[in-house]
Design a protein around this ligand. Structure first.
Ligand code: DGJ
Length: 545
């Protein structure tokens, strides 16, 4: 918290969040850094030899700049108070050798709502009590009301952070995810003894300070059907607040939490999605109780991303009292998303927002065949032919974005970049020189190529990614389009005294050396651009008469 005598991350060149070109930015080694990487399967980082044989070769081909991987409490503290940092040190050494950064995921008390990664000495000791369902059966998850559990986790987390401070001198680890997808699955709340006591009391002071109208009310009187979820958000965020603060006090690098958003299959039913996780609707509680968590990010496994990314970006900029925090405003953190062919569309769209991190889950399985025995991991990221095209597309997108990131950042702050993503029939952009229509249908050429902008009618090629990309007005006034699976129609602006025409369209390609200009497209192509199923980059220039 502010006002203490913590190390100043900025002065000490530690990874930190700051502002660049008017936007919240993650800084690593003193420079703006957008994480373009991926998250490993849960178990990959538990064995350094496995990492060398099955993970790094694929990641090397992908060319990301940072990877998210777990640090497992059960490995870090096999006996209470005896820490084993060999895995942590080995992972950092491997990342240094690969010239990439890491984000550590602290798999502590809670991972996907359960306590599978707690050490055996916790699992075997019932005084680390579990949450209970209404029928009295246990959830396999230490209760956030278990003081002893919070203290033990905070101690281990602090030991980890102190170790990073002292040994990670190249500052390879640039961010920490505090726990993983917290919340109760399969029950709207904890019904254990301690939880019952707290639930029957009036809503606590901290909550009243956010919503004064909740004073002297029960959780359900104050929040209706949402009562159990708000209650669990308060319980979890109180615990997380203590764990995060303990770690930050020794080593103040950015911390974030990931969240299963309230979406499918039944919106609004906490317990079907984890109840008490940092959903945007309850994030003000987290801001209040856990001020050391800097950012929250959605794990997006749904084909629609616009609404959920907007909701989290907005929540990241909102303080507990509802005011705007200019230093976090609009930040977009995507710690997990489905892997495969649509990654390219998602990352090209997301980069038009204030993107801090883009990280498809199971990235190692997308790049390299998994072992036959990894059946669950294979479900999450099958090494299928279409995945291979997806991986190649993602590799190219990352290459393009790494070259263009400074330009993209400037363009974002000046409103010169526009993202499109296939949700519905199309997108329309009214730009200074032209109206540009993006439609997502006719990827089978010929079906509606000469009726662009009409939307429905065409057929997406089998296995093609969903449509997505961006239009960037460059500093010289020309436009660059990068994306996949879309038909673009350019309708130059027309006014009585001044008419705009297309001067020239041109294609670009990427190779080992970078980005190069290719063919000039002033012929039959007309005022149309077709973005194919692999990354297409084209530019348009206009002139006026
Ligand atoms: C979300 C979790 O956060 C990850 O650790 C992983 O288990 C994926 N789900 C699997 O889809």
């Amino acid at each position: 918290m502010a006002g203490d005598n913590r190390i100043n991350p900025r002065e000490n060149r530690l990874p930190h969040l700051g502002v660049c070109e008017g936007q919240t930015t993650l800084f690593a080694d003193g420079e703006p850094f957008v994480i373009l990487g991926g998250e490993l399967h849960n178990s990959s980082a538990s064995d350094l030899t496995y990492m060398d044989r099955h993970v790094w070769p694929g990641l090397r081909r992908l060319g990301g700049n940072c990877y998210l991987l777990p640090v497992y409490w059960e490995c870090l503290e096999p006996e209470q108070g005896n820490y084993d940092f060999s895995l942590v040190d080995g992972l950092i050494a491997q990342a240094e050798r690969e010239s990439v950064k890491l984000v550590f995921l602290w798999f502590g008390l809670w991972k996907n709502g359960n306590s599978a990664y707690t050490p055996a000495w916790i699992k075997r000791d019932p005084s680390f009590f579990y949450m209970e369902k209404r029928n009295g059966t246990y959830l396999e998850s230490v209760s956030p009301f278990c003081e002893k559990g919070i203290e033990a986790d905070a101690a281990a987390f602090t030991a980890l952070m102190a170790h990073l401070k002292d040994t990670d001198l190249k500052r390879t680890v640039i961010m920490i995810q505090t726990e993983n997808e917290i919340g109760t699955w399969g029950s709207p709340r904890d019904y254990g003894e301690a939880a019952e006591r707290a639930y029957s009391a009036p809503v606590p002071e901290e909550i009243v300070s956010i919503w004064p109208e909740s004073k002297d009310k029960s959780w359900e009187e104050a929040f209706g059907l949402k009562g159990p979820e708000y209650f669990m958000a308060w319980a979890f965020s109180s615990a997380i607040g203590r764990i995060a603060a303990a770690g930050k006090a020794v080593y103040p690098i950015p911390q974030f939490m990931n969240c299963v958003p309230d979406m499918l299959p039944i919106p609004g039913l906490a317990g079907v999605y984890p109840s008490g996780g940092p959903e945007p609707s309850v994030q003000r509680i987290f801001r209040k109780m856990a001020p050391d968590i800097d950012l929250y990010g959605p794990d997006i496994y749904s084909p629609v991303i616009k609404g959920v990314t907007e909701a989290f970006s907005e929540a990241n900029g909102t303080e507990a009292d509802g005011s705007i925090n200019m230093e976090r405003r609009g930040s977009l953190m995507i710690p997990e998303t489905g892997q495969g062919k649509d990654c390219i569309s998602k990352v090209l769209y997301s980069v038009t927002k204030n993107l801090i991190c883009f990280s498809p889950f199971g990235i190692d399985g997308m790049m390299t065949p998994l072992l036959e025995t990894d059946y669950l991991a294979q479900m999450n990221a099958p090494f299928a032919p279409e995945q291979q095209e997806g991986a190649e597309n993602l590799r190219r997108a990352y290459q393009l974005l790494r070259i263009m990131m400074p330009e993209i950042r400037r363009a974002r702050s000046e409103g010169r970049i526009h993202g499109f993503f296939q949700e519905g029939m199309g997108d329309l952009f009214t730009l200074p020189d032209a109206n540009i229509t993006v439609s997502y249908s006719g990827m089978e050429l010929g079906e509606d190529l000469f009726m662009p902008g009409m939307g429905a009618g065409g057929k997406q090629k089998d296995g093609a990614p969903c449509g997505g990309g961006f239009i960037l007005q460059l500093e010289d006034g020309s436009y660059l389009l990068a994306g996949v699976s879309a038909n673009i129609t350019i309708a130059p602006r027309y006014a009585q005294k001044e008419q705009v025409f297309v001067l020239r369209k041109r294609e670009y390609f990427l190779d080992e050396e970078g980005i190069h200009a290719g063919r000039i497209l002033s012929g039959d192509e007309g005022n149309h651009i077709v973005l194919g199923s692999s990354l297409t980059i084209q530019s348009i220039e206009f002139y006026r008469r």
